[in-house]
Design a protein around this ligand. Structure first.
Ligand code: CU
Length: 161
């Protein structure tokens, strides 16, 4: 086998291994069919799925609503992080499929010093390739700190509809 091919194989194996460890470290969350609310620090994040739930093989919309965990006030102080107001990594439970998504709420095209903050809603579009459980890690930045918010969702088979 060519050396570069080995390198690519090794890299993908390490990535899958790390993701497998990430899944295994939170078994309670993983086995829960869905966590619609996650609190991270003083931030409460609610994930709203499409009516009737997610279906594999079609583009679905994931809506996040961000609130202050104590007051319930909408959060409107999201900071840009790596060119977006959020990053979502969606991975199948067997770690064989993953999707990286950004919110449809794009950064405004103004000077770098004067980007207005984002929130309280973030909308992601994602296509889950096959039925089953998926883990979603969503990164959001506020006050210079990046929080990673985990959710577990299940995609239904389109043939069962
Ligand atoms: Cu990203």
């Amino acid at each position: 086998m060519h050396r570069r091919t080995w390198g690519a194989w090794l890299t993908s194996t390490v990535v899958v291994l790390l993701m497998t460890i990430a899944f295994a470290q939170e078994p309670a969350l993983y086995y829960c069919p869905m966590h619609p609310d996650v609190t991270s620090g003083d931030m409460a994040v609610t994930l709203t799925l499409p009516d009737g739930g997610l279906v594999a093989g079609r583009e679905e919309t994931l809506r996040y609503q961000l609130e202050d965990a104590r007051t319930g006030a909408p959060l409107t102080d999201l900071e840009p992080y790596l060119g977006a107001f959020g990053h979502a990594l969606v991975m199948s439970a067997d770690t064989m499929h993953y999707v990286h998504a950004h919110p449809v709420e794009l950064l405004p095209h103004v000077g770098a010093d004067e980007v207005p903050p984002g929130g309280p809603a973030l909308t992601f579009k994602a296509l889950l390739p096959k039925p089953g459980a998926y883990r979603i890690w969503t990164q959001i930045k506020r006050r210079g700190q990046v929080s990673t918010v985990p959710f577990t969702v299940t995609a239904d088979s389109p043939t069962r509809r």
